[in-house]
Design a protein around this ligand. Structure first.
Ligand code: AMP
Ligand code: MN
Ligand code: MN
Ligand code: MN
Length: 283
C-alpha cells in the first residue's frame, strides 16, 4: 500500500530537533500520520519513549535512527528502521559514532573564535538536549539567536560547511558498519535524502552498489529534503537498484522546518514501500 501517511524520518531533542519525542508524536498524530518513526542522529535513546507515545496516539511505530557515515570524502546519512532498539552491538556502534562529537565541537568553536565569534561551544551546548550529541544544528541556533546570521540557511551558507569558518573534517562510521549494525539488529538500512549529496554520477553509483552489497535494502524517495523532480528521479533509482522506497519529512523544529510531519505527497504507486518489507517489525 503506497497510500499510507507514513513519516519515517524526524528528529527530537535527543539529537538536533527542538521537540520531545512525546510532543513529536502528538504533532504527527494531529497531522494524520498513521505510521511513524523517530530517527535521531546516531542515537536511539528516545526509541522506547517514542514507541510508547505513538501507541498512546493510536499510531503504528517503527524503531528508527539516522547514522552519520563517511563515504568518498562526504558525509552520507543512513536511516535504520525496524531494528531492535535494545541490540547491544548497535548501541555500541552508535556510542562510538557519537564519541568524536565533543572534540569536533571544541574545534568548530575555536575556528569560529578566529573569525571573532566567541563562546560558541558553550553557546551550542545550551541548545543541545543531549550532551553526547552536539551537532552543527546547535551551533547554527546559537549563531541565529545571537544575531550573527539571519536564519539557519544563512548559517550554513556562511559557516560550518566546507571551505567556511567552523567546518571541521570528521570521520564518521563506515558504510558497511552502519548497514551491518542495522541489519544484524533485525532492521532495514535506507539511504537518506540521496539528492542532498554532491557526488559525481560514478560516486553515487558506487554508493548504491556498495550499500546493496553490504545488505542495504531501501532509499528515501519522498523526503522533505527533495524537490518534486527529485521524487521522480529517485523513484527511478529505487526501481533500477531494486530498493524499497521510504517517505519522511526530516522534521526538526516548528520554527525551522519547511516540511511538517506527515505533510508530503504519497509514494509513487509502482514502488515497494519499506513498510511492506518491514510489516512484521511494526509495533
Ligand atoms: P552534524 O551531524 O553535526 O554534521 O549536523 C548536521 C545537521 O545540520 C543536519 O542533520 C541538519 O539538521 C543540519 N544542516 C545541515 N545543512 C543544513 C542546511 N543547509 N540548512 C539547515 N540545516 C542544515
Ligand atoms: Mn539534523
Ligand atoms: Mn540527514
Ligand atoms: Mn535527518
Amino acid at each position: 500500500m503506497s497510500i499510507l501517511n507514513a513519516d519515517l524520518h524526524c528528529h527530537s531533542i535527543v539529537s538536533d530537533g527542538t521537540l520531545t519525542p512525546e510532543d513529536l508524536a502528538a504533532r504527527a498524530a494531529a497531522n494524520g500520520v498513521e505510521l511513524w518513526s523517530l530517527t535521531d542522529h546516531d542515537e536511539i535513546g528516545g526509541q522506547h519513549r517514542a514507541a510508547a507515545a505513538a501507541r498512546a496516539h493510536g499510531m503504528k511505530y517503527l524503531s528508527g535512527t539516522e547514522i552519520s557515515v563517511s563515504f568518498a570524502g562526504q558525509t552520507v546519512h543512513i536511516v535504520g528502521l525496524g531494528f531492535d532498539p535494545d541490540d547491544a552491538e548497535m548501541q555500541r556502534g552508535l556510542h562510538a559514532t557519537r564519541g568524536g562529537r565533543g572534540a569536533r565541537a571544541q574545534e568548530i568553536s575555536s575556528q569560529l573564535a578566529k573569525v571573532g565569534i566567541h563562546g560558541a561551544y558553550e553557546g551550542a551546548l545550551r541548545y543541545a538536549g543531549n550532551p553526547e550529541l552536539v551537532s552543527r544544528t546547535h551551533f547554527a541556533r546559537f549563531l541565529v539567536e545571537g544575531g550573527v546570521c539571519k536564519d539557519m540557511g544563512d548559517v550554513f551558507r556562511r559557516y560550518l560547511t566546507e571551505g567556511k569558518p567552523g567546518y571541521v573534517e570528521h570521520r564518521w562510521a563506515s558504510l558497511g558498519d552502519a548497514v551491518r549494525w542495522i541489519t544484524r539488529a533485525g532492521g532495514m538500512a535506507v539511504i537518506a535524502h540521496p539528492a542532498r549529496y554532491r557526488f559525481t554520477p560514478t560516486e553515487e553509483y558506487a554508493l548504491f552498489i556498495e550499500f546493496k552489497a553490504h545488505g542495504g535494502q531501501g532509499v528515501e524517495v519522498v523526503t522533505g529534503s527533495h524537490t518534486a523532480a527529485e521524487y521522480v528521479e529517485y523513484a527511478v533509482t529505487a526501481h533500477e537498484f531494486g530498493l524499497a522506497a521510504s517517505r519522511g519529512s526530516d522534521f526538526h523544529s516548528p520554527e525551522e522546518s519547511h516540511t511538517d510531519l506527515g505533510q508530503l505527497p504519497y509514494l509513487p504507486g509502482e514502488l515497494t514501500p519499506v513498510w511492506e518489507v518491514l510489516a512484521d517489525r511494526i509495533q
